[in-house]
Design a protein around this ligand. Structure first.
Ligand code: SF4
Length: 380
């Protein structure tokens, strides 16, 4: 198995690798039943779903050992089965979004690291051309801005040719492919009437192309979910499903908070706001905690950007995506992490022995939103 399959388990070649490994899901699950401990792929599959729904990512947590290429790859079909067995609103959408966001973070770094002309994966990394081919976009996207302008001409209709240093220029996607990927996006800038069009193609920046590729991943992950799970497999995963349901019931916060009052934020949220505004690059779980808390606390887009200390357009776009995706279509939001999860991540200043922060209200609640709700009530 290739590390690229572990990093991008939704690829066709990853699916093929699973088939070639000839390891059926039922065998993997049964291995845990007979051996007393779960197969690493099942363990990681549970974590994958938990991380997706709590933190908006499926990455292995920082500081934790990678389970190995095979277990990581097999954890993906396990996670898909678990998602199908969970009876919770919005679970498929949130899971697919988290898989897509994780892939997005990986492939944007890979595109920067690999040679612009690369076509095949290297050391677990994927080049742009490979990803375009994977999603049947090779012939539908002109990559004039990515170092191969020779012979392509002004494909983006900009009257210029761009070199490798102009990665923000020169991409163009066929309208039909663009509509397939962008039609569900919020925001005026994605509407076709607002786009620059030339010869049936929509001009795109590199960032925009990456956002559309993230959507291609999301659509692929979502396709086929929830899947029908044979009884043999469902029965073998009863404990895992119960464990996940327990975890999520703990954070089932359905409060309706309609006031944004940063002075009433709990210490954890205040600390994250302070760090973000000081320009610190927050870890994915810290950023997720902050964005989901602010969305739950009724911050609008302008307030969100200000509280997160974001002013650049690229960062603002990434943050808007995060914010849009912490709420599903029914309006149900990802709850921010509970106090226990914040403490486990080292993001609770009250629990941090090296911090001098104390707050008596924190002794009475188990969730940052409960703190905020009480603080708002006390402040009338
Ligand atoms: S106890 Fe909870 S609300 Fe208080 S700072 Fe820690 S995580 Fe935040």
């Amino acid at each position: 198995m290739d590390p690229v399959h572990a990093n991008y388990p939704f690829l066709e070649s990853a699916r093929e690798a699973v088939r070639e490994a000839d390891l059926g899901l039922a065998d993997i699950i049964r291995a845990g039943e007979t051996g007393g401990t779960r197969h690493p792929a099942v363990e990681r599959g549970v974590q994958r779903v938990e991380r997706a729904l709590l933190d908006g990512t499926v990455d292995v947590p920082e500081g934790q050992r990678h389970p190995g290429v095979q277990a990581e790859l097999l954890s993906y079909p396990v996670a898909r089965v678990l998602v199908s067995l969970l009876d919770m609103p919005g679970v498929v959408e949130k899971y697919a979004t988290a898989e897509a966001q994780t892939a997005f973070e990986r492939f944007t770094a890979d595109f920067e690291a690999l040679d612009d002309d690369a076509r095949a994966p290297e050391n677990g990394k994927v080049p742009l051309r490979y990803v375009l081919h994977e999603f049947d976009l090779s012939g539908k996207v002109d990559t004039a801005g990515w170092g191969d302008t020779a012979g392509r001409g002004d494909t983006a209709g900009r009257g210029e040719t761009a070199g490798p240093d102009d990665r923000d220029e020169g991409f163009a996607m066929e309208v039909t492919a663009y509509l397939r990927l962008a039609s569900g996006f919020d925001g005026e800038r994605w509407r076709l009437v607002r786009r620059e069009l030339a010869e049936g193609k929509v001009a795109l920046s590199a960032d925009e192309l990456n956002e559309l590729l993230r959507e291609a991943v999301r659509q692929r992950v979502e396709t086929g979910l929830p899947t029908t799970v044979p009884d043999e497999i469902a029965d073998g995963l009863t404990d895992e499903v119960a464990e996940l349901e327990d975890t999520f019931s703990e954070v089932d916060v359905t409060r309706d908070i309609d006031v944004l009052a940063p002075e009433q934020f709990p210490p954890c949220a205040s600390a994250l706001v302070e760090r973000a505004q000081a320009g610190e690059s927050l870890s994915p779980h810290a950023e997720f905690a902050l964005v989901s808390f602010l969305a739950s606390a009724n911050a609008d887009e302008e307030e969100l950007l200000a509280l997160c200390g974001v002013d650049g357009e690229t960062e603002a776009r990434a943050l808007r995506y995060r914010a849009e995706r912490v709420a599903d279509e029914s309006g149900a939001q990802y709850a921010p992490p509970s106090c226990a999860t914040m403490e486990a991540y080292g993001e609770c200043p009250v629990a941090d022995e090296e911090s001098e922060v104390e707050d008596p209200r924190c002794d009475t609640i188990s969730h940052p939103l409960a703190y905020y709700e009480e603080a708002l009530a006390d402040a009338d």
